[in-house]
Design a protein around this ligand. Structure first.
Ligand code: DSN
Length: 391
């Protein structure tokens, strides 16, 4: 690379990634093939529109690529093109959720989403997100005792508020979601069911987490978390007489975006192909096994795990119970090259900038070949680091 300054920064970041233990639940390491697709000449190409209907010439190869990506996305989740459509152009998760609401929820109508401090996401209608200004969030919360979804309370909120859309799928929730129960609540309230499967996408693809496709009207997922692709998003829409998929396509382009990032779409296609291989099933199972082992080992050392454990790639630790804020915990771990993020825990009494816990995820380290033995050693190391700042 001619640009020495940028080359140095790229080198430094590569080294940082190599030399640290990455427990950030939303990150992963892509393959060299995904990186090659991202760094390809496709970044030079404008492809506004959809395959066969572009606004620029020279799109014969991007048309084929986008169609291939769509076919792979449907195939990975066992969906037929008659029943489901998929849009592969959204730039990432937040714009993808925005596109779904823009398409399907009238301006000012109600979106029922899990509160941010309980494990939801900003774009599930939080007031600091545009989704909380253009639509009205009706929040739901977890059961205070068990720290899992409380379907009875959810149903009561849904029937009282009659939201236009129920949003399920979270950023800091470690348990199996009962899609059937959520579909029933949405139906009773007359709401659409939108699933944000960003965190669990790879687990669903790998067959270790229940699929929401039999229940949802729309499923959005980012491609760079457990799915292990480049940054991007897929929006799956049920195809029926409601024509939801046509509305979603129009919301993505021309509603919210111009030209799609075709190099990222190529990277997504590669990642989807990788996720169809038998090794990916083994990977997904190992991710969950590692998370469960790490959570159990930390619990045995006296750290409270929210909801008592995990069924996924992630879990929350209540560090404040042992006298350490989430900020102090994440800083202490980073000094020893273990990277996590501070995170609110359900019913947190502290602020989002210095909450009561940390979020821990195993997708990235499992990609690097870490085993359950490594998780037990890691729990010991984390425990020692955190206890060292107590004295
Ligand atoms: N930033 C993502 C996460 O860490 O979960 C969600 O947008």
């Amino acid at each position: 690379m001619q640009d020495k300054e940028v080359a140095q920064l790229l080198h430094d970041e590569a080294l940082r990634q190599e030399q640290t233990i990455n427990l950030i639940a939303s990150e992963n390491y892509v393959s060299d093939d995904v990186l090659a697709a991202l760094g390809s000449t496709l970044t030079n190409k404008y492809a506004e529109g959809y395959p066969g209907a572009r606004y620029y010439g020279g799109n014969m190869h991007t048309d084929a690529l986008e169609r291939l990506t769509q076919e792979r996305a449907l195939a990975l989740f066992g969906l037929s093109a008659d029943a489901w459509a998929v849009n592969v152009q959204a730039l990432s998760g937040s714009p993808a959720n925005l596109a779904v609401y823009t398409a399907l929820v009238p301006h000012g109508a109600k979106i029922m989403g899990l509160s941010l401090d309980q494990g939801g996401h900003l774009t599930h209608g939080h007031k600091v997100s545009i989704t909380g200004r253009w639509w009205q969030q009706v929040p739901y919360v977890l059961d205070k005792e068990t720290e899992v979804l409380d379907h009875t309370a959810m149903r009561a909120v849904a029937l009282e508020e009659k939201p236009a859309m129920l949003v399920a799928g979270y950023t800091a929730y470690s348990r199996i979601i009962d899609w059937d129960a959520l579909r029933a609540i949405a139906d009773e309230a007359g709401a659409l069911l939108h699933v944000d499967a960003s965190h669990i996408a790879g687990l669903i693809a790998g067959g270790v987490y229940p699929s929401p496709f039999g229940y949802a009207d729309t499923v959005m997922m980012t491609t760079h978390k457990t799915l292990r692709g480049p940054r991007g998003a897929l929006i799956f829409t049920r195809k029926d007489e409601r024509k939801l998929h046509e509305k979603v396509n129009k919301a993505v382009f021309p509603g919210l975006q111009g030209g799609p990032h075709m190099n990222a779409i190529a990277g997504i296609a590669v990642a989807l192909h990788e996720a169809m291989q038998p090794e990916f099933k083994a990977y997904a199972a190992a991710v969950v096994n590692n998370a469960q082992t790490l959570a159990q080992a930390l619990s045995e050392k006296g750290w409270r795990i929210i909801s008592g454990g995990t069924d996924t790639h992630l879990f929350l630790v209540d560090t404040w119970l042992n006298g350490i804020s989430g900020q102090a915990a994440s800083e202490a771990l980073e000094r020893e090259d273990i990277i996590v993020n501070k995170n609110a825990i359900p019913f947190d009494t502290r602020t989002p900038i210095d909450p009561s816990g940390i979020r821990v995820g195993t997708a990235a380290e499992t990609t690097r070949g870490k085993t359950t033995d490594d998780m037990i050693a890691l729990a010991k190391q984390i425990d020692q680091i955190l206890r060292s700042i107590l004295i």
